[in-house]
Design a protein around this ligand. Structure first.
Ligand SMILES: [Zn+2]
Ligand SMILES: [Zn+2]
Length: 384
């Protein structure tokens, strides 16, 4: 029953282009479903914060606008669902959205109070905010700037990437806790270089921000290259490169252990050098957006800026299926780091013809991919 419903929803989300035109009720159905689901999850996080909310979003929950926002989302979802039911013959999206709104109302009625207690703190609220924020920003941009390669929103393997997006959002607090451990161990000795830390923190915000970009990118460059050149590490990173469709969500496809290792190491100097907290957190937020941006299907004439800053086309070449795209363009902010180390590849105006690893050795599915690096067998040779 549930799998039939899932399939029916999926079929309508992935409908042919002529059934997705403006006025077909498709867009209202998708928006109703997203907003209905968001309202339900945000309410769940609000009532059971110990389990479904992250500490850093406490201020958002305390705001008097939080519940107004949840109610507004449910209200708009209901309106859009009605529009879908009126316009569209296939009414699965509208009815599902109404079911979500009803569930939200029921939960609102029965769980009128916040339930305290101990829990793990899954980032349910962070998942919704992250999805809405990036979706609102990148979906229109990809629609406007997809050049001659437009791509449906629910493209090849979108469910797999959404699952990656969901899991890494849910685990954000736990992952932050683990990946901060090495930095905190280093910080215990920070008194030894306190004068340097004071000097770093006293610089203007903009200078600190640029330094953060520079240091993080240099660290990331070295680490990223290591993951390409050591066969055992490559099997973790191959999961990221298994994406055959690129958009703002494709970058979420990353093995959990790679995220932990990458964050745990690259963040050490950022903490150790004593950057001011606002600059550091500002940068962490910025890198969230940058990683979505460089994977996005946003195509514009980037020749004027591509030599100075990483553009989507630069990182798409890192994922390209072509031979020339193997082991190039490791940087995430500054392309000249790749020039410096001889790994730069950016042919004028051209985009890769496809994405992924030659022969596509990585299995499908989150669990299969989680187990992939640990499976016996000859490691695949590092490729792009
Ligand atoms: Zn890579
Ligand atoms: Zn990537």
């Amino acid at each position: 029953m549930l799998s039939k419903l899932r399939l029916a929803i999926r079929n309508d989300l992935e409908a042919e282009a002529e059934q997705r035109t403006f006025g077909s009720g498709w867009l209202s159905g998708v928006l109703a479903l997203v907003l209905g689901g968001s309202a339900l999850l945000m309410l769940l996080a609000h009532h059971y914060p110990a389990w479904f909310s992250v500490e850093d979003l406490k201020r958002v929950h305390d705001s008097p606008f939080y519940m107004v926002g949840v109610q507004a989302m449910a209200f708009v979802a209901f309106g859009l669902a009605c529009l879908n039911l009126t316009l569209r013959r296939n009414k699965i999206l509208g009815f599902s959205a109404i079911a979500l709104v009803l569930l939200t109302m029921t939960l609102g009625a029965i769980g009128a109070q916040t339930i305290p207690g101990e829990g793990i703190g899954f980032g349910v609220d962070w998942f919704v905010l992250n999805l809405l924020m990036k979706g609102l920003l990148f979906v229109p941009l990809e629609k406007l700037f997809s050049g001659n390669k437009p791509q449906p929103l629910f493209r090849y393997e979108w469910r797999e990437d959404l699952l990656y997006f969901l899991i890494s959002s849910l685990l954000i607090q736990i992952m932050a806790f683990i990946s901060l451990a090495p930095s905190l161990a280093v910080l215990e000795h920070a008194a030894l270089w306190q004068p340097l830390r004071d000097a770093v923190a006293s610089q203007p915000y903009v200078v600190q921000f640029i330094e953060l970009m520079l240091i993080a990118d240099l660290m990331q460059y070295g680490f990223h290259r290591l993951f390409h050149s050591v066969p055992f590490l490559w099997r973790f990173h191959a999961v990221h490169h298994s994406a055959q469709a690129m958009d703002w969500m494709a970058g979420s496809r990353m093995h959990l252990f790679e995220i932990l290792a990458l964050r745990g190491v690259t963040i050490i100097p950022l903490y150790a050098l004593g950057f001011e907290e606002n600059a550091l957190y500002g940068y962490i937020f910025f890198i969230y957006l940058v990683s979505a941006f460089v994977h996005a299907n946003i195509r514009f004439d980037d020749r004027w800026i591509a030599p100075f800053i990483v553009t989507p086309r630069f990182h798409h070449w890192h994922h390209g299926i072509e031979k020339e795209a193997i082991d190039v363009n490791f940087a995430v902010h500054f392309p000249w780091i790749d020039r410096l180390f001889g790994t730069y590849y950016l042919p004028d105006d051209k985009w890769p013809s496809g994405y992924g690893i030659g022969g596509h050795p990585v299995p499908k599915g989150w669990l299969e991919q989680f187990a992939y690096p640990f499976r016996r067998g000859k490691p695949n040779p590092p490729a792009s």
